[in-house]
Design a protein around this ligand. Structure first.
Ligand code: PLP
Length: 284
């Protein structure tokens, strides 16, 4: 494997940043994960638009021009011969002697990695669906910014794993579902309408979520952008999650409660099926 680190393509095993990188010391950095499918980088424009927003929200500079970053992303994908898989990119405020205040004249650090993922794995999982648990929201109130400060997400997803589940949904004090540890949360109502929480500061505006709005429109499905409770989700016709790595993934159990008949729903499977055609067309 080959990775990109601050201007150089290096062997992945030897790729390294300095111990005083602010990403390492303060989680002072942002990232993106893009899906690669059928050889194209899914929603690259959306991911780079969101990166731009994350950087601006944290008063960080682009490490280089957007066009140059696009070239690097494509190059890392090509050098690793990824047809189906992931690209990870991370920008931090750079290397400086440890101090809370922003360093002056420090160049941001940029890392880009890519790896293959067998699409059969996700397809198989979508055939059975996943289980989620719910956990109290304990993150800061700017989770709309995609920072590498992911410790609450790590703990929540590990708790899910320990409970035999694959994702954890953060729930606020009113019992409203916010989002997953690394995904957005959706339900389908009894009358077939899609429901997902508005993308305010309380959740990350998923790029996959946005594309699924287009997919839903194409399939003639109505979307209600509103909050929903854990109780409503347990009683829903379907539940699912979305992210660049899972696309649309059926949820068949919430906190041990079986959703509908316990099998992946037809609406989420139709969204999943139609997703790449819509994504491929909208990037063209
Ligand atoms: N919410 C959180 C907290 C995430 O970490 C992610 C992705 O990793 C998402 C939502 C989904 O976003 P996207 O569809 O852009 O992958």
């Amino acid at each position: 494997r080959i990775s990109y680190v601050n201007g150089r393509y290096v062997r992945h095993a030897e790729a390294a940043v300095h111990i005083e990188d602010r990403g390492y010391q303060f989680a002072d950095g942002v990232y993106e994960v893009c899906e690669v499918a059928r050889g194209f980088i899914v929603d690259m424009k959306g991911h780079l638009d969101r990166l731009d927003r994350s950087l601006r929200e944290l008063a960080m500079d682009w490490p280089l021009g957007r066009k140059a970053l696009e070239v690097i992303i494509r190059e890392v994908v090509a050098r690793n011969r990824v047809r189906d898989g992931l690209v990870y990119l991370q920008v931090t405020r750079g290397v400086a002697p440890r101090d809370f205040l922003f360093p002056k004249d420090t160049a941001p650090s940029l890392v880009v990695t890519a790896r293959k993922v067998d699409p059969a794995v996700g397809a198989k999982r979508a055939g059975t669906g996943i289980k989620v648990i719910t956990v109290p929201e304990n993150r800061w109130d700017r989770v709309d910014v995609k920072t590498v400060g992911l410790l609450p997400n790590v703990l929540a997803k590990q708790a899910a794993r320990d409970a035999g589940a694959q994702e954890a949904w953060f729930v606020d004090t009113d019992g409203m579902v916010k989002e997953g540890g690394s995904s957005n949360a959706w339900i389908v109502t009894k009358d077939g309408r899609l429901v997902t929480r508005p993308a305010d500061h309380g959740i990350l505006r998923g790029i996959t979520r946005t594309t699924l709005f287009e997919v839903a429109a194409k399939l003639g499905l109505a979307i209600e952008e509103r909050g929903f409770t854990v109780a409503e989700a347990k009683d829903a016709r379907e539940a699912f999650i979305s992210s660049a790595t899972t696309i649309a993934m059926p949820v068949v159990e919430i906190d041990g409660h079986v959703i509908a008949n316990g099998h992946p729903g037809s609406v989420v499977l139709s969204l999943r099926e139609a997703f790449f055609d819509v994504a491929e067309k909208s990037q063209a």
